[in-house]
Design a protein around this ligand. Structure first.
Ligand SMILES: CC(C)(COP(=O)(O)OP(=O)(O)OC[C@H]1O[C@@H](n2cnc3c(N)ncnc32)[C@H](O)[C@@H]1OP(=O)(O)O)[C@@H](O)C(=O)NCCC(=O)NCCS
Length: 206
């Protein structure tokens, strides 16, 4: 199975593969202290953003555990790149994925992150045959937690001091949504094929 990043259209956005000419937009948000405050990485120089972008352009498929693809979030109205959505394939065997999101400051608070993330989840659940998708955030990152709640994800954990975050112990919150929950939230019936796959798995060995 190979999943290749492609373009997804939403009412206000094109959620699409990154291109080399996205560097200015990406470097602007990666060098904004407010944007990176709760992200695990530090402010990036232009060269570091260029390296990040080249890696994201090169990594256009999901084939193995822990592969990741990144989507640029482009506003249809003016072609501005507002940020990125990253989709991780965490486990093929256990059908687990993970989602991450970053928007430039001026694009926050307008529903763009929710619109883009929902579009990626709509595609990823069936295309990757995922059973569950998680999102993780620094426990102080209320904007991220609110976004995940708004999407219908459930908080499953608050991990206390589970990692060293920028020189101090940091708490993480973990949110998740199952495919059947996502389909229900989006008003879709669970596809029959998933049910039959579950039946097969729960059958005792012959
Ligand atoms: C986390 C992050 C992506 C959330 O972005 P966001 O813009 O708050 O999220 P949404 O797209 O859901 O926008 C929701 C806001 O838009 C408002 N909004 C305006 N128009 C809207 C519309 N048409 N549809 C939906 N919401 C709309 C909502 O009321 C809400 O505002 P509120 O929070 O003041 O109530 C953003 O804060 C960010 O990039 N932070 C920096 C990077 C980061 O920490 N990433 C997360 C790592 S885990």
């Amino acid at each position: 199975m190979t999943f290749t990043v492609g373009t997804i259209g939403t009412p206000r956005l094109l959620v699409r593969p990154f291109r080399e000419d996205d560097l200015d937009a990406i470097h602007a948000l990666q060098s904004d202290p407010e944007v990176v405050r709760y992200l695990p990485w530090l402010l990036r120089t232009r060269e570091e953003s260029q390296t990040w972008l080249a890696a994201r352009i090169a990594a256009s498929t999901l084939e193995a555990d822990d592969d990741a693809v990144a989507y640029a979030v482009e506003r249809r109205d003016d072609g501005r790149v507002l940020g990125s959505i990253t989709l991780f394939l965490r486990s093929i065997e256990h059908e687990q994925g993970e989602i991450g999101f970053v928007l430039e400051r001026s694009a926050q608070g307008q529903g763009y992150a929710a619109e883009a993330t929902a579009a990626v989840l709509d595609l990823a659940f069936p295309a990757l045959d995922l059973h569950r998708v998680v999102g993780k955030a620094d426990a102080r990152n209320t904007a991220s937690a609110t976004l995940m709640q708004r999407l219908g994800m459930r908080q499953e954990a608050h991990l206390r001091e589970c990692e060293r975050f920028k020189g101090e112990w940091g708490d993480l919150v973990v949110y998740a949504v199952l495919r059947e929950e996502w389909d229900r939230l989006r008003g879709r019936a669970q596809p029959a094929s998933s049910d039959s796959r579950k039946d097969l798995r729960s059958s005792p060995p012959a």
